[in-house]
Write a protein that binds this ligand. Structure first.
Ligand code: 5RP
Length: 222
């Protein structure tokens, strides 16, 4: 089974948690895209809210009913992917650039169900890039401040070399987390204390369930 087939299997498995009448948050990324496609193949009577313009476009193109977050009072479950998951259900997200809206929806949802390939599961977060959304205004000062605190990295760029801009018109500074982080909460505190930082890709105390897929099976971590 290749990576894409695993994503499809996870998406199919996740359907058992969807019920008629629910308001569902749609994540961003390739796993979430499989989830959205799968959802559209079913005949659930649901309302969707997306974490990105790309996911909303995909959902609408497949006939799902999408409304802006401002139009709902409550989200039952958000289904989203992640870049890394540790044994305490802490996550790193944002490789797809949608971390801020993803975190807002996750926090607004009764449940966040995370859909990941087993290869993304680790004992401790780290050794990957930590996306941090920052304001364009004075971004060089924000970056200098982060670097002074030891958080080296780079502004995210598109394939054509231009700066990556989020759906919220901000930049992403990808911090190079060179080692495993024993206390990522402390990193989060330090990084978010810097003026100009909007939010980080660390997700703590947000995931309700992790659906983990590999070539053999699908497991749920509660
Ligand atoms: C986007 C995200 C994605 O959920 C994360 O990057 C995982 O993506 P994929 O399912 O493509 O591996 O956080 O901002």
């Amino acid at each position: 089974m290749n990576e894409n087939e695993i994503k499809k299997q996870i998406a199919h498995f996740a359907m058992q948690f969807v019920q008629d009448g629910m308001t569902i948050g749609l994540g961003t990324g390739t796993t979430s895209a499989e989830f959205i496609k799968c959802l559209a193949e079913h005949t659930f009577s649901i309302t969707c809210v997306a974490t990105s313009i790309a996911s909303e476009k995909l959902a609408l193109s497949l006939g799902l009913q999408c409304v802006p977050l401002e139009a709902v009072q409550h989200i039952d479950i958000t289904f989203d992917g992640a870049d890394q998951v540790d044994t305490k259900k802490r996550l790193i997200k944002g490789a797809g650039g949608a971390l801020l809206r993803e975190k807002i929806l996750a926090a607004a949802s009764d449940q966040l169900i995370v859909l990941v390939d087993k290869r993304k599961c680790v004992n401790l977060l780290g050794k990957i890039k930590l996306p941090v959304e920052i304001l364009p205004f004075g971004n060089h000062f924000t970056i200098a401040h982060l670097q002074k605190l030891g958080y080296t990295g780079a502004l995210r760029k598109r394939a054509d070399g231009s700066l990556y801009v989020t759906d919220n018109h901000n930049f992403i500074y990808d911090i190079d987390l060179q080692d495993e982080r024993t206390h990522p909460e402390e990193d989060e505190k330090k990084i978010t204390s810097v003026t100009g930082v909007v939010d980080t890709g660390f997700f703590f105390n947000l995931a309700s369930k992790i659906i983990i897929g590999d070539e053999q099976k699908i497991t749920v971590v509660e």
